[in-house]
Design a binder for this molecule. Structure first.
Ligand code: UDX
Ligand code: UDX
Length: 463
């Protein structure tokens, strides 16, 4: 039996470890966190994160070989392998503010491991960290001359929220980076054994430490770059009457380009893309590569532009003013099937509309609580309404900001009848049947396609 510990019971630790537990019934897995409320939630029927399929796996493993605890020190002492998945947000102060990762939690965790260890251990970086962080961790852990040895591995997480269970059950690849020393190679082999319980060997890639750390940042940067690329083209489509879905399909059929991740949208969000690109930009600058830094920075510039452009288009289309107008935002989560609102474009659009003094109503099937927290400073100015029919009642406009399938099943005729006319619908995810909405009476503004409107809009052909 291997004693496995995971420090950090957030999205990453909380969604990966139960699956590991289910595939390694012989091993004992403990997840610890400094946040007592979070641990209590993991022990209850109401898990702190919404992730399809996760509840069932937690129910099957909890109390058998999966445990949640706030006793970090004792569990460190008992562990053979420690995964670290504490958060590493972008620094808000000092050197590298706004770009570099804030490593204070991570370093505190490394020292805590050192102080409480009485046996040698394998420490696995699961948090996304700047390249060469493993080296620093190695120095801290192996610096005390107490005869203990720590092998540091990098095992970045590639799962996407909303499909975490599927991604972890059946990953495209598992990446494990380690030292090229004998002991480093042994540690890699031990972690490979654990994953091999359910992942085919040929999908487990082993590399040196730094390749593994860098690959994580680069994977996210490439994914985000595709979205910014297609969004840049969506702006061009809106000016030229080309249709972004047709363009995406036409280019995606080239196998070298591939068809995934070409959905034009109001912008990308989530805790990883922006943070990881900023990290990459910082690294490039640090190593004296300003041109490479500017190249990657542009992916974020484009995303900010897309969010701002969407909100500005709403204002322009609604006769250049939304002041006092009720606008229903359908969706707050940064994508469907998650309650996560970190860096959500929906909240950016909300803030932009509030600047214009609109009266904003937000509805979302799972992310209202997090949205309420994020917008707490603006709480008096935003209405949170769980029922989309009530949210859109007497509204001038609806904006689709998250691609929840629930929104496709609504009775839009009923919604249209309850709205102020002319009724506007801005589809930031190209989720709905635009022609049908237009026939009901809506003025429809998709992303990257000509609007379907009975109003004369300068520069656009009327439908
Ligand atoms: C985050 C980032 O999103 C991801 O890119 C990175 O790889 C790891 O950190 P996530 O799991 O989504 O992953 O973060 P979050 O949900 O904030 O969870 C981190 C957890 O660590 C929190 O529950 C926090 O309480 C806990 N923590 C933090 C500790 O237990 N100890 C600490 O010292 C700091
Ligand atoms: C991402 C990576 O996919 C994952 O491998 C990594 O481990 C963490 O970061 P995640 O942030 O959970 O996962 O979601 P993802 O599905 O990648 O979507 C990110 C954002 O891009 C969302 O806001 C989504 O709506 C948007 N998106 C995605 C688009 O706008 N268009 C697309 O075609 C795809």
């Amino acid at each position: 039996m291997t004693n496995i510990l995971c420090i950090g019971a957030g999205y990453v630790g909380g969604s990966t470890m139960p699956i590991l537990a289910s595939h390694c019934p012989e091993d004992r897995i403990v997840i610890v966190d400094i946040n007592e409320a979070r641990i209590a939630a993991w022990q209850s029927d109401q898990l702190p994160i919404y992730e399809p399929g996760l509840d069932e796996i937690v129910r099957q493993t909890r109390g058998k070989n999966l445990f949640f605890s706030t006793d970090i020190n004792r569990n460190i002492a008992e562990a053979d392998i420690i995964f670290v998945s504490v958060n590493t947000p972008t620094k808000t102060f000092g050197q590298g503010a706004g770009r570099a990762a804030d490593l204070q939690y991570w370093e505190k965790t490394a020292r805590q491991i050192l102080e409480n260890s009485t046996s040698s251990k394998i420490v696995v970086e699961k948090s996304t960290l700047p390249v060469r962080t493993a080296e620093a961790m190695e120095r801290i852990l192996n610096s005390n001359g107490n005869g203990l040895h720590f092998d540091i591995l990098s095992n970045p997480e590639f799962l996407a929220e909303g499909t975490a269970v599927r991604d972890m059950q059946n990953p495209d690849r598992v990446l494990i980076g380690g030292r090229e020393t004998e002991s480093g190679q042994k540690a890699i082999a031990r972690l490979v054994e654990i994953y091999a319980n359910w992942v085919p060997r040929d999908r487990i890639i082993t590399t040196n430490l730094w390749s593994s750390e860098l690959s994580k940042l680069v994977a996210n940067a490439f994914l985000a770059q595709r979205i910014s690329s297609i969004n840049a083209i969506s702006a061009l489509c809106e000016k030229t009457e080309a249709d972004i879905s047709e363009v995406a399909n036409a280019i995606g059929r080239d196998e070298r380009i591939g068809r995934y991740f070409l959905r034009a949208s109001v912008g990308f969000g989530g805790s990883c893309f922006k943070k990881d690109i900023l990290n990459l930009v910082y690294l490039c600058e640090h190593y004296g590569l300003p041109e490479a830094a500017r190249y990657w920075e542009q992916v974020i510039v484009m995303n900010d532009y897309q969010e701002a452009r969407f909100a500005a288009n709403m204002v322009t289309s609604m006769f250049n003013t939304v002041a006092g107008k009720r606008i229903a935002l359908f969706g707050a989560a940064f994508k469907a099937n998650t309650n996560d609102t970190r860096e959500s474009p929906a909240l950016e659009v909300c803030r932009a509309l509030l600047e214009e003094q609109a009266s904003v109503v937000i509805t979302d099937p799972h992310a209202m609580e997090n949205a309420g927290y994020d917008l707490r400073e603006l709480a008096q100015r935003v209405i949170f309404e769980p029922d989309p029919y009530v949210a859109s009642n007497h509204a001038h406009a609806i904006a689709i900001l998250t691609e929840w399938s629930q929104f496709t099943q609504l009775d839009y005729e009923r919604i249209y009848n309850s709205m102020v006319k002319p009724a506007f619908l801005f589809d930031g995810r190209n989720l709905l049947d635009h022609k049908k909405l237009y026939e009901i009476g809506f003025n429809v503004y998709p992303i990257g396609k000509p609007p379907l409107t009975r109003l004369v809009t300068y520069g656009f052909k009327q439908a």
